[in-house]
Design a protein. Structure first.
Length: 288
């Protein structure tokens, strides 16, 4: 029996839609709740029933980055194929890793730097002018992302983060502020195909739909399609939401890559059934 497993923490709209699509397309579907289940490293008897490594694909939908990566590693240890795989997740979940790989591949990104102290942050301002954007090296939904307009704001934010216990909060990703036309673009890729895209429109400089941004259908030209697909290949993601800025001087600039993207607002805005396209992709994998 060909099977799709949905690994999740919270059953949101997206997870329900994937499960419904799998049933409609004739796949056996197993929702796997990570908070009420255990995972055996190496698999063993746990994966003989209901999981069969030879005929099973797992779609990773965990919300926590740490849970997503670690559960994927264990699932892979049992011989299961996971979308996205652990290597792709690790690259995309760490913004420094993402930006470094994209820059090395010649894909335009915001001018970015990493600093590990307040002193280094001040030195950076001799190269990158205010306003600047500071963000954690991991995270989503625009959380803990701040706009810095002067040295006083930089000092305040860095001092505040010094009291946060997480080691990752001692690593500061600082980027140029890219002037946007009141929107950015999220491009959805599945396999080697762009399936749809939205403009995320907002009067606020943070355009995430989770922060109040409005989703509208976006036009994908050949250049944007090429950039999105190259980005997906560089990171090794099979399913992704790729965030792109429109810079008036440099054109398309890739800002971030979400390897476990939400897509409810995209389906509503565009009519593209991302969940169906994703399950169809999995079904084709299982045929091979």
């Amino acid at each position: 029996m060909q099977e799709l497993v949905v690994s999740y923490e919270v059953m949101r709209w997206e997870e329900k839609a994937i499960i419904d699509a799998a049933r409609e397309l004739g796949l056996s579907i197993t929702p796997f709740h990570l908070h009420t289940s255990f995972l055996l490293i190496g698999g063993g008897s746990q994966f003989k029933d209901p999981f069969n490594p030879g005929e099973t694909v797992v779609i990773q939908r965990a919300i926590s980055h740490a849970v997503a990566l670690n559960s994927t590693l264990v699932l892979e240890s049992a011989g299961l194929r996971v979308i996205n795989n652990s290597a792709a997740l690790a690259r995309a979940l760490n913004k420094v890793w993402t930006l470094s790989l994209l820059a090395k591949a010649g894909i335009q990104t915001p001018r970015s730097a990493v600093v590990f102290s307040e002193e280094a942050g001040y030195k950076l301002t001799s190269l990158l002018n205010y306003p600047l954007v500071i963000k954690p090296i991991d995270g989503s939904w625009g959380r803990l992302v701040a706009l810095i307009r002067d040295n006083e704001e930089l000092r305040t934010i860095l001092e505040h983060r010094a009291y946060i216990q997480s080691p990752n909060m001692k690593i500061h990703l600082i980027q140029e502020y890219v002037e946007k036309p009141g929107r950015d673009i999220r491009v959805f890729t599945i396999g080697d195909e762009v399936v749809t895209a939205i403009y995320r429109v907002s009067e606020h400089w943070i355009t995430n739909t989770a922060r109040g941004g409005r989703a509208e259908p976006a036009r994908v030209d050949h250049e944007l399609e090429d950039i999105a697909l190259k980005t997906a290949r560089v990171l090794g993601v099979e399913f992704a939401g790729i965030d792109v800025f429109e810079d008036k001087h440099r054109g398309y600039v890739v800002n971030e890559v979400n390897s476990i993207p939400e897509f409810k607002n995209t389906v509503i805005a565009t009519g593209c059934k991302v969940h169906v396209r994703l399950v169809e992709y999995v079904k084709n994998l299982l045929k091979k």
